[in-house]
Design a protein around this ligand. Structure first.
Ligand SMILES: Nc1ncnc2c1ncn2[C@@H]1O[C@H](COP(=O)(O)OP(=O)(O)OP(=O)(O)O)[C@@H](O)[C@H]1O
Ligand SMILES: [Mg+2]
Length: 310
């Protein structure tokens, strides 16, 4: 069995409902489960009828849930970057970094990194107490960006590492020719170079996250029997293929919501599908989640993933 599950999909298809029902079913089968909402507009607490915060809160035996405070992760990410620049680059004190960080807060990528480091925190600090972590995800665009971030950033960091190696080589050559040169004092071995070390550390963190998404996670896309959510699922499938994250299943939720003819697009045919009927009376209590038939999905989840860990 995998140690993580992600439910992706178009707005309103039932990501939170299925994450909550799936987590509850696994907890009731004896697993220790954490359900974590990564959606900036949380409603996992409403679904569980339990007030949730940024730390795991017991919902019922075997089941904890949390609503990740993404705004605080943005602040943490900016603080970390600020500290890193100050300690790694001695000349940074001469630059006006504060205005740079003001802009960075709104720059593309900041929110994605905040989600990534929140997932890393859950994985490294909290996951050891659970058999699995279920992630209720934010809207598709942000989800695809944070899932792609480790692979994309790794390309950047690999190039920056090569550049740093070249800089260090040049410094060594110059110092050999002229031991009195200005760069002689910063001529160090790769292993003693702070910038080189930091780049290596970032690569390690990104590789661990890429591994988490591509090897340790059950990724499901939720659709409804309608064309718009299916089109979005096809886009998600294509994007996940590009970043080599396998798609484990398609959850067709709200089956029977309309009498209109509907059949699954053939581009999704090769992926396992799981059906969840529309509950016309609505889902009001936590107990109503039991009416969502998660058995097949749970069985597939338990059977998938690294062998010998179920
Ligand atoms: N199988 C179902 N039967 C009846 N109602 C359902 C079912 N699944 C979900 N719903 C209802 O559909 C609405 C949207 O569900 P939910 O909040 O889980 O979707 P979501 O994909 O998480 O939405 P968002 O993108 O806003 O986070 C909710 O009112 C929920 O109770
Ligand atoms: Mg939701």
């Amino acid at each position: 069995m995998h140690s993580n599950a992600f439910f992706l999909g178009k707005g309103g298809v039932g990501k939170t409902t299925l994450s909550a029902a799936f987590g509850l079913a696994l907890a009731r089968s004896g697993k220790k489960v954490l359900v974590a909402s990564l959606d900036p507009a949380h409603n996992l607490g409403d679904v569980y009828r339990t007030e949730l915060g940024d730390a795991p809160t017991p919902v019922e035996p075997g089941l904890d849930a949390m609503e990740v405070d993404l705004a605080s992760w943005v602040e943490k990410y900016l603080d970390e970057s600020r500290q890193e620049l100050k300690t790694t680059y001695s000349y940074a004190g001469t630059m006006n970094l504060e205005s740079f960080f003001d802009i960075m807060k709104y720059s593309p990528g900041t929110e994605e990194y905040a989600v990534l480091w929140a997932i890393e925190h859950i994985h490294c600090e909290l996951a050891a107490s659970y058999d699995l972590v279920v992630f209720d995800t934010p809207p598709t665009a942000l989800s695809l960006r944070f899932l792609a971030m480790p692979a994309i950033s790794n390309l950047w960091v690999a190039e920056l590492t090569k550049l740093r190696e070249r800089i260090l080589d040049r410094r060594t050559s110059i110092t050999r020719i002229n031991p009195e040169s200005a760069v002689a004092s910063s001529c160090v071995d790769k292993d003693d170079d702070k910038v080189y070390g930091r780049l290596g550390a970032i690569r390690k963190r990104l590789a661990a996250l890429q591994n988490l998404f591509s090897q340790e996670s059950y990724v499901a896309v939720v659709i409804n029997p309608d064309q718009l959510s299916v089109s979005e699922a096809i886009r998600i499938k294509d994007e996940l293929e590009k970043i080599r994250i396998p798609l484990s299943g398609i959850c067709v939720n709200k089956r029977g919501i309309s009498k209109a003819d509907w059949s699954l697009d053939k581009r999704l045919h090769k992926i396992k599908t799981f059906d969840f009927g529309f509950r016309a009376d609505g889902l009001h209590e936590r107990g109503d989640l039991r009416t969502i038939e998660t058995e097949e999905l749970v069985a597939d989840f338990m059977a998938a993933g690294p062998k010998g860990r179920a």
